[in-house]
Structures are given as C-alpha cells and as structure tokens.
Design a protein around this ligand. Structure first.
Ligand code: GRF
Length: 191
C-alpha cells in the first residue's frame, strides 16, 4: 500500500478487550516517521479497557455493542467512510469480519495473533502450545481473510517456551514481543 509523501495513512484500530497492542500502536503513531495515524478506535464491547487508551490520547471511539455482525459491519463501514479511514489494525478484536466487509473496505486490514501461524489458529493458543510440548512459540502479524487467523503473513517473532511456563507466563512473554512486532510490521508494509 502506498502512502502519500509527507502524510500519514489514516488508520482505525479495532479492539474487544485490554488494548495493550492498541496502546503501543498509538505510542508509535505519535512518532514523526511512523507511517500511520490512529484516527479512530472501534470496539464491539462497551467495557473494553482499551477504550481508555483512546480517550487518554483524544482519539475518537465508536462502540457498536449488542449488534449482529451484519449491522456491526454496516455501521462500522459508514463510520470508516465518514472518517476517511484507509487502513485497519485489528488488535485483540474478537469477531470475524465477513468476506464482503473485507472486499468493501479494500483488503487493507491486518491482525496480530499470539502464535506462529499457520500453527495454533483460534483461541487458547498458549494452553495448546504447552499441551503439545512445543519448544518454540511466538506471534504473527498477517493480512486478514474471511477465514480465522489466515491470510498473508507479514512478520513473525519467535519466543522460546520454558520448561516451567504456564499459559499466563507464556502469554505475558509473547505479548511483550507483540508490542515490538506490530509496529515493525506496520513499518514493513509502508516501507
Ligand atoms: C493479543 O495476544 C493478540 O495477539 C490477540 O489478542 C490479544 C490482545 O491483547 N489477538 P491486547 O488487547 O492488545 O492487550
């Protein structure tokens, strides 16, 4: 995707929960040479903690909770058009966007997932990694498709699994790496 010279790409971040990846994207986007500007945060949960990071940084938020997916996508597309959003980062967004939505928006949608895709798509990633006695796990930033945690991979980061790891300790270590990987992947896309 091309960025007009001197301008940042207008971006929306979609969240459902804690929003630590959102926070790290906001922090990076404040830097002069980072390619995107976060102009909108969309949540499907009214109590998503991540909304606080948007508010703290004076970024407009929209909450579309208790809607079915069709209405959610319709309202969201309207809002994205109103705000002239050209790029979407999913950050802990717990819904699957439809093929129609992805096409209508123009495919510029990326996601972060806490595993080395294509391994361990879906939920309870760290638990399954430990159960299978994997030595290495990690995180992936990828374009989205209408299939869960699929789509072209942009960047990955490996994290060693320790003998005494629990799901929580592994999740914490991987999340730290996610905060490095996500901004790197955004830079890679626009370089
Ligand atoms: C992250 O582990 C991300 O990879 C996954 O959901 C989690 C969201 O964390 N998709 P946060 O809301 O960004 O803190």
């Amino acid at each position: 995707m091309q960025k007009s010279i001197g301008n940042k790409v207008n971006c929306a971040v979609f969240i459902s929960g804690t929003g630590t990846n959102l926070n790290c994207i906001i922090k990076n986007a404040k830097k002069k040479f980072f390619p995107i500007k976060v102009s909108l945060v969309i949540s499907n949960k009214s109590d998503a903690f991540g909304l606080n990071y948007a508010k703290k940084n004076n970024i407009p938020t929209k909450v579309f909770s208790s809607l079915n997916m069709k209405s959610f996508e319709k309202k969201t597309l309207e809002e994205l058009r109103r705000k002239k959003i050209k790029f979407i980062c999913l950050a802990g967004f717990m819904k699957i966007l439809s093929k129609k939505f992805i096409k209508k928006f123009g495919y510029n949608i990326i996601n972060i997932h806490p595993s080395l895709l294509p391994k361990y798509k879906g939920l309870n990633t760290h638990f399954r990694v430990l159960k299978n006695k994997e030595k290495i796990s990690g995180c992936t930033v990828h374009y989205i498709s209408s299939k869960l945690d699929s789509g072209k991979i942009i960047l990955q980061k490996k994290v060693k699994v320790k003998n005494n790891d629990t799901s929580i300790s592994l999740q914490r270590r991987i999340l730290k790496q996610e905060h490095i990987l996500y901004p790197e992947a955004i830079k890679t896309i626009f370089s």
